[in-house]
Design a binder for this molecule. Sequence first.
Ligand code: SF4
Length: 175
Amino acid sequence: MRQTLLESLTHGSLTEPAPRPDEAALDELAKCVDRAARAKLGRSLSIRQVDAGSCNGCELEIHALNNAFYDLERFGLRFVASPRHADVLMVTGPVTKNMREALERTYNATPEPKWVIAVGSCAFDGAIFAESYAVAGGVKEVIPVDLHIRGCPPSPTELLRGLLALLQHVSGETT
Ligand code: SF4
């Protein structure tokens, strides 16, 4: 035991430090998303996250948008608890047969205008779970999807870029 304690004191950390994103670029990206949301909606953006059967890897990246490091609420982006308060549904995972109806009901409960972002490779086409007896398919098999953000899982920066691309696209459609 003493040996282990001495080794832990002399060896330092064995884990690698987390890669630091370019904070200035990230802040600018988040501000762009907020500006685009205000131009389109007249207010900031509300997002409802729906786990339709994911392994939770994608959720960890989505939750990171709200943690103390990224802290995107300072730019007005908020995650909401009800689809009735949401502009965007962020759906993760292959849609399992058990979650199919819940996803359809969540989509139907979200007021117009609404947009759906399928997050992660599983949400695109089921990825490695596509052949499972329990999987209905990618998100587009169940509800209309406006944007896919591929990756396993996509990083918070990629999620922000996706949100911005979506808002710029829908703003372009109506102007
Ligand atoms: S894309 Fe990767 S991280 Fe996301 S749910 Fe699928 S396996 Fe998990």
